[in-house]
Design a protein around this ligand. Structure first.
Ligand code: AMP
Ligand code: ZN
Length: 116
């Protein structure tokens, strides 16, 4: 999978439609097409990185940026007080299906633990 045929690169480039809830120079956030909770937003870096385990120490702040945007979106969608879950799935056993680094923001209902 390269950036050229990556679904989320397509969303970042606006060649694939999405319901965008945030964008800036580095990141874009959009509603998940198959929501698992009343609020389910995907936050991605515009730059293609296949999985979180590919993150180099020098670019560790990228994950911090994803979290900051997720927190902002949570506040705007009024789930900050009630609470929410941030998830990054990595590879097959982690449940990753789209190989472009992304953070899930899930909220609007109580979450279960342990996860499935
Ligand atoms: P993961 O399983 O962690 O790789 O998450 C991928 C997520 O992307 C899933 O929750 C999918 O529902 C979501 N998804 C797949 N295609 C699209 C799309 N075209 N627009 C928005 N979300 C999508
Ligand atoms: Zn990509």
């Amino acid at each position: 999978m390269t950036a050229a045929d990556c679904l989320f690169c397509g969303i970042a480039a606006k060649t694939v439609p999405a319901r965008v809830v945030h964008e800036d120079d580095a990141l874009i956030a959009f509603e998940d097409i198959r929501p698992q909770a009343p609020v389910h937003v995907i936050v991605i870096p515009r730059r293609h990185l296949a999985r979180v385990s590919d993150l180099a120490p020098a670019e560790a702040s990228l994950v911090g940026q994803l979290v900051v945007v997720a927190n902002q979106v949570a506040r705007r969608l009024e789930i900050a007080e009630s609470g929410y879950r941030l998830v990054i799935n990595c590879n097959a056993h982690g449940g990753q299906t789209v190989y472009h680094l992304h953070l899930h923001l899930l909220g609007g209902r109580p979450m279960q633990w342990p996860p499935g």
